[in-house]
Design a protein around this ligand. Sequence first.
Ligand code: B12
Length: 213
Amino acid sequence: MTSRDKIVEAIIELDEQAALELADGRIKSGTEPVEILERCREGMSLVGEKFESGDFFLSEMIMAAEIFNQIMNIVRPHLKSALSEPRGKVVIGTVEGDVHDIGKNIAIALLKAEGFDIVDLGVDVPPATFVEAIREHEPDIVGMSSLLTVALETTKQTIDAITEAGLRDKVRIIVGGGRIDSHATEYIKPDASTDNAAQGVRMCIGLMRGEGV
Ligand code: B12
């Protein structure tokens, strides 16, 4: 049997107290915040598998999300502070039909730590709201999060709406979330895509420099 990281174990056992104590202890002993978040993501993947196989109900998935949010509260203040000059502006949201926001919120925390200005549109964001927000805030980058297979369709519709509004040339688009693979990317056609927030931040820095990613 493979031995799992203790924080992964605490998340899948829904042991909130142990998970929070472990996160706090690791921060105090100097573990990189991003490393802690990566372990938590592993835990959430296993929670997802348990839900899929019927071992967990929706209520248990909600409980795991709550534990993750509490860990985020411990970790967030320790992410590196922002640069003095903003690197660029990102409008970000979870697409219509999808209410998952943990991944989006991690992406936001890491982007802020790298000096990006963020406009967070929240979850279940209709295409028209993305379009309005681009007109209002004139971002350099638009970030979309989608975790459900069905939300890949709304992600595509959102990009189509941006194109139809004549705004596609004015922004670079990055799409993130656990269902984003090469097939999804081929279908949706963003400028960049990832299932990893730290990589997403590096891609945003590249997009600001005009690099292809
Ligand atoms: C927690 C959870 C929930 C919580 C969400 C709480 C919240 N506030 O977010 C609740 C209980 C509400 C929920 C509901 C549902 N869920 Co759910 N959920 C999960 C679970 C267990 C974890 C998701 C998570 O937070 N992961 C941790 C984060 C850190 O990972 P992440 O999201 O991938 O994000 C990382 C990267 O992708 C990236 N990233 C994400 N977004 C972005 C955006 C940008 C711009 C960038 C750069 C990067 C980036 O950065 C993050 C860090 O690296 C997953 C399992 C899984 N494997 O994903 C299922 C899962 C996503 N859910 C699933 C399902 C089916 C549902 C429901 C339909 C269940 C139901 N019957 O009602 C509903 C749908 C509700 C809706 N309309 O959206 C399925 C989806 C299956 C599919 N293929 O479509 C999954 C995969 C579980 C499973 N294996 O069956 N869920």
